[in-house]
Design a protein around this ligand. Structure first.
Ligand code: SF4
Length: 428
């Protein structure tokens, strides 16, 4: 029996003695998994839990509940998953008129499994590699590593990265100080999109953004110095990536980044140079590939133009340019990944799935990173309601199965692939 979860005003989570768990679309089609390690449960302010009453056979809103001697006005509860997992269902709740916009997390349906005696969540384990495991990041020695690095290097970009590593707990920024795997090089304070769920810049009426956008774009020299140090020394999946959570769109600074890449490649041939981008400026991407960029990850919430543009709110570019960037990157031999921002109920609609499969097959994409879009569900559903490609839900598991079928050798995962892994998957 999967029991409904609710939280009291202090955020303490309980399971309801009778009511069963529902997901946003009603009774769940998929089987939940035990709550993954490092996942958390979050109370949703201004949202009443909605559960299933087996006695009446209907969905009921929980507006009051007795906990011990007191009567509680319950809040709905959702899980927030760690890296490596993709959400497959949204939480069920009724939003009160006074409800605040929720902060940017990927709210996932969760419940109490009475039979197994544990919390469960509707999630798919889409990347089992362990190098992004939270237990290997934010470790007690990190502040010391940051302090020592800053003491020995006056690079102003390192000061930004120290904030990202210690305050935002960005794992890619932390890797720069751990000197391993994928390191971060933020490059741009400006952006040519206005994503509804932007994590580095939000309008006054929006939720607080989870990162503060960098104030000043770094010079090519400072970016190059960070890259050279990391590529020369970092073991593992040696890589540096432009385009981080704390910045705008790196392609808007292509000339400076190209100059930094040339300096890096003049200093070392080691590792991979990647960019995480919205793919808005194909000719700028070409400039970076000319300079030595060998991989790119292009973010999208949909391959359907109306929904893509309704969410990204692009300035002086459109879906066509994004598609051209994907095509160009493949044609130029760069490892091409899609950062697919998934949202159950929208991304797994029949029409959306068809568009994504066609894109992956036609443009011969190498990898799809199936991320969960971190946004207030009602905010996104308001955008998608009139712009998505539509059709019945096929489910997230089926969507990923069809994507794999659309392109032989397509890698589905959540994390960037190192040079060795790319060669192996290409060989396979
Ligand atoms: S492309 Fe990135 S930085 Fe630009 S608005 Fe969207 S999320 Fe924000």
């Amino acid at each position: 029996m999967l029991k409904l979860l609710f939280a009291d005003e202090r955020g303490q989570v309980y399971e309801h003695p009778e009511l069963l768990a529902l997901v946003r679309d009603g009774l769940p089609v998929d089987v939940p998994v035990p709550l993954p390690q490092h996942a958390t449960l979050a109370a949703l302010p201004g949202r009443r839990p909605v559960g299933f009453d087996p006695a009446s056979g209907s969905a009921v809103e929980l507006s009051e509940v007795r906990v011990g001697k007191k009567v509680v006005k319950p809040m709905a509860v959702a899980a927030v998953l760690p890296p490596g997992w993709t959400r497959s269902e949204l939480p069920a709740y009724r939003k009160l008129s006074i409800a605040p916009v929720l902060p940017q997390w990927a709210y996932t349906a969760a419940a109490w499994d009475e039979t197994r005696g544990l919390h469960v969540a509707w999630a798919l384990h889409t990347d089992k590699r362990t190098h992004w495991d939270p237990s290997t990041h934010s470790t007690p020695d990190l502040p010391g590593l940051v302090r020592d690095r800053l003491a020995g290097d006056d690079n102003p970009l390192l000061r930004q990265l120290s904030r990202c590593a210690l305050e935002y707990r960005c794992f890619t920024a932390q890797n720069t100080f751990y000197v391993r795997d994928e390191g971060a090089i933020p490059a741009s304070s400006g952006c040519n999109a206005r994503c509804v769920g932007c994590i580095s810049e939000q309008p006054p009426e929006g939720p607080p953004s989870s990162h503060e956008r960098i104030g000043k774009s770094p010079d090519a020299e400072f970016m190059a110095r960070i890259g050279i140090d990391h590529l020369r020394a970092a073991p593992g999946r040696t890589m540096v990536s432009f385009g981080q959570g704390c910045e705008g769109e790196p392609l808007t600074r292509a000339r400076e980044i190209a100059s930094a890449i040339r300096a890096m490649r003049a200093a070392t041939r080691r590792g991979s140079i990647n960019i995480n981008t919205n793919g808005s400026l194909p000719s700028s991407l070409a400039l970076l590939i000319d300079a030595g960029l060998d991989a790119c990850r292009i973010s999208l919430n949909s391959a359907h133009k109306p929904l893509y543009e309704a969410y990204y709110q692009p300035i002086n570019y459109g879906w066509e340019e994004v598609r051209e960037s994907i095509r160009l990157a493949r044609r130029r031999g760069a490892y091409t990944a899609l950062n697919l921002l998934t949202f159950p109920g929208v991304t797994d609609q029949e029409g959306e799935a068809e568009k994504l499969c066609e894109l992956v097959a036609r443009e011969r994409v190498d990898q799809v990173q199936a991320r969960s879009l971190a946004i207030d569900p009602d905010q996104y559903l308001a955008v998608a309601a009139r712009t998505s490609a539509g059709g019945p839900r096929i489910g997230m598991r089926e969507l990923l199965r069809r994507l794999r079928g659309a392109r032989k050798g397509l890698v589905i995962g959540n994390f960037a692939r190192g040079l060795g892994e790319r060669a192996r998957s290409a060989g396979a």
